[in-house]
Ligand binder design. Structure first.
Ligand code: AVJ
Length: 319
């Protein structure tokens, strides 16, 4: 058996402290918001997996199509020996990449969820017992310390999750990734593309209401972790396309005047009827914008692949 290592770079209570800080900051601001990372407890992660199977939610299928079609080419042009995957989750799509990478020596999945990491590592090791897996429990938006592994290294950030960051956060994030790369290394980035508003809005407001449940799950997370008393039935799911900034915004709209208590923060938060709190942005991209954002962080776009229907892109860039 090859080694499976699990390294925790987050202190045990880092998550709790970050949640408290984010909720206090987000709910005491003039326009209320919460960062999307708090959707993903066990139920939220399961709801997201369900979203990826919905007819309206095309990004996962479109990205998988590109990975299946291009995996051999990606392996060939990168000659990758270490694959580092940020926000690896279940690593389901990564399987296609790994299967096409005969020279791969080490896989470094990085995620905040320990259970996702061990589950994914077990599945991959069953398929490829000779692979070294060094999983990192880490928040990749807060600077990464990577294990010393053989190059060339490929950092993969899939799913379009970069779209959850604001433009200034994206630049900071891409620059920190750039700083991890040596000559010969590369970044593989998944970005959802700008398209018809109706297609975009449906993807974030599905007929079965799964995305609505996913959105409201952040209320359940605050109820459990902060002893808050949010009533999920007193909020409505909203998904809107911001055509200037080219991002989808998910919000929760209060259906009544109400006051929510958050004892762990010693806080009471007033919501007016109709008031909206932003829970996620999901930016959509164009090739020129991706190229410019990469360049601003010292990365050169070298390859651009889309699915047949041009809905989603994978780009390869190098320092
Ligand atoms: C996992 C961040 C890529 O933004 O499309 C799905 C999350 N939110 N439906 C996205 C999400 C609503 C998803 N990412």
């Amino acid at each position: 058996m090859s080694p499976f290592l699990l390294t925790r770079t987050l202190p045990e209570d880092a998550t709790g402290a970050a949640l408290r800080a984010d909720v206090r900051h987000g709910l005491t601001s003039a326009s209320k918001s919460l960062p999307p990372k708090w959707f993903y407890d066990a139920r939220g992660s399961a709801l997201f997996e369900e979203i990826t199977t919905l007819p309206e939610y095309y990004p996962t299928r479109a990205e998988r199509e590109i990975l299946v079609t291009r995996a051999a080419e990606i392996a060939e042009v990168t000659g990758v020996r270490t694959l580092i995957e940020l926000g690896s989750g279940s690593s389901e799509k990564t399987r296609h990449l790994i299967d096409a990478m005969p020279s791969l020596h080490t896989y470094v999945p990085v995620d905040v969820s320990e259970s996702a990491l061990t589950g994914a590592a077990n599945t991959l090791l069953a398929r490829r017992p000779s692979l070294d897996v060094h999983a990192l429990i880490a928040d990749f938006t807060r600077g990464l310390a990577l294990p010393g592994t053989p190059g060339p290294r490929l950092v993969a950030f899939l799913g379009g999750t970069i779209g959850n960051l604001l433009p200034t956060e994206r630049t900071a994030f891409l620059s920190s990734v750039r700083d991890l790369l040596a000559p010969g290394d590369a970044l593989l980035l998944g970005t959802d593309l700008v398209k018809d508003e109706s297609v975009l809005v449906s993807a974030y407001d599905d007929a079965a209401g799964v995305t609505a449940s996913f959105n409201k799950n952040v209320l359940a997370v605050m109820n459990r972790e902060l002893e808050a008393d949010f009533d999920p039935d007193a909020f409505e799911h909203v998904a809107v396309w911001d055509r200037e900034r080219e991002w989808i915004e998910m919000r929760l709209r209060s259906t009544a005047d109400q006051t929510v208590k958050i004892p762990a923060l010693d806080l009471a938060v007033d919501f007016a009827a109709g008031e909206e709190m932003r829970t996620e942005i999901s930016a959509k991209f164009r090739q020129d914008g991706v190229r410019a954002e990469l360049a601003a962080s010292g990365l050169d776009l070298t390859h651009w692949w889309t699915d047949e229907r041009g809905r989603f892109a994978l780009s390869l860039s190098a320092p």
